[in-house]
Ligand binder design. Structure first.
Ligand SMILES: [Zn+2]
Length: 108
């Protein structure tokens, strides 16, 4: 029996899907999932059934290191160097949030 990788490749070939991107990518992805299991009416149905796929998405978000997303998740920026802060920030003498590096530099 063919392995899944080859079968997916054949599916993509037959469905003229060279990459998954934009609206067509979503339509093709939905079509692929529905082919895998007719019960998958939506991408959410697929994700619900496949926690590994959800983990892979979060892992991807983690790996891309996008500044806007860092800012959205962070607790603000260092007042000195504008670095996006995570929960390990410090407060300087004026009570302003600063990163570890700037804190060490200024508190010596
Ligand atoms: Zn700083």
């Amino acid at each position: 029996m063919e392995n899944l990788e080859n079968l997916i490749e054949d599916w993509c070939e037959k469905n003229k899907t060279w990459h998954f991107e934009g609206e067509r990518g979503l339509i093709q992805l939905r079509k692929l999932f529905k082919t895998l299991d007719p019960n998958y009416e939506s991408i959410e149905d697929f994700l619900y059934d496949n926690p590994g796929a959800m983990e892979a998405i979060v892992e991807w978000v983690r790996s891309i290191n996008l500044r806007e997303w860092k800012e959205a998740l962070g607790v603000g920026k260092c007042i000195h160097c504008q670095e996006v802060l995570d929960s390990s920030y410090h407060l300087d003498r004026d009570g302003e949030k600063v990163c570890e590096e700037c804190y060490d530099e200024r508190m010596e």
